[in-house]
Ligand binder design. Structure first.
Ligand code: KIV
Length: 257
């Protein structure tokens, strides 16, 4: 998969995307034919024990992106731009993107932000760095927002989300993640732009869906967002494996003679 293939899927079939943070999970997702693997900064909450994505650094993103790309996935690998870079000066964001691609092996970067970031994104795209946009709920804003909520309920928010999506398309994004956007607005956004809108918690009218892999696999000890459907019971299987191992060792059934 490359960014061109992903773009071409709009209007053809839904894009199937998930997150990956390590080689094992990336390989299993890739073998299952997932189109796009996002090395999300959700690595902070799903793997690293932080309470938000804000604590995730560029070095952490490089470490996890390299683990995912080392298995040479067929899926498009996109690395998240960590907190604090997007509104820094252009050289800083360019260098972070360059490192995620050159050292991490990512094929593209994802950047949270809309209209205000469009000029920066346009410069990145002009330098050969493919960018996936991210609008609606932007988890890196959590300290300002104070909590997670739906976006696009008011007329003001609707207007600004449409402006954001149009600006990101004009800046050259090959796609946009729309997180926690009202379903009716998502329908309008999908019809308005000519690049794919990949939704998370934004209803069914998107050009594709992305879910955090730990959530969709049922591999989490945390409460899941209300929009998540689990398609596996990995936590249960893992707990059972550990319990059976403990029993076997305590009962001297492992190792055998
Ligand atoms: O970091 C992440 O996993 C994301 C998804 C929620 C889209 O940004």
């Amino acid at each position: 998969m490359n960014t061109k293939n992903i773009k071409a899927l709009k209007g053809q079939r839904p894009i199937v995307a998930t997150t990956a943070y390590d080689a094992v999970l990336a390989k299993l997702a890739d073998q299952s034919g997932i189109d796009l693997l996002l090395v999300g900064d959700s690595v902070g909450t799903t793997q690293l024990g932080f309470d938000s994505t804000v604590q995730v650094t560029l070095e952490m993103m490089l470490h996890h992106t390299a683990a995912v790309t080392r298995i040479n996935p067929k899926a498009l690998v996109v690395a998240d731009m960590p907190f604090g870079y997007s509104f820094d000066d252009y050289e800083t964001i360019f260098n972070a993107s360059r490192r995620l691609i050159q050292e991490g092996g990512a094929s593209a970067v994802k950047i949270e932000g809309g209209l205000k970031l469009a000029p920066t994104i346009q410069r990145l795209v002009d330098s050969g760095i493919p960018v996936l946009g991210h609008i609606g709920l932007m988890p890196q804003q959590i300290k300002i927002l104070g909590g997670y909520r739906k976006f696009g309920k008011t007329e003001v928010e609707k207007k600004s989300l449409i402006e954001d999506a149009r600006a990101l398309e004009a800046a050259g994004c090959f796609g946009i993640i729309g997180e926690m956007i009202e379903a009716e607005l998502t329908r309008k956004l999908t019809e308005t732009i000519n690049i794919p809108l990949i939704g998370i918690g934004s209803g069914s009218h998107c050009d594709g869906q992305i879910l955090v892999s730990n959530d969709l696999l049922g591999f989490s000890t945390e409460k899941l967002p209300s929009f998540v459907q689990t398609f596996g019971e990995v936590s249960k299987a893992v707990s059972k494996g550990f319990e059976d191992y403990k029993k076997a060792v305590l009962g001297r059934n492992y190792p055998s003679e």
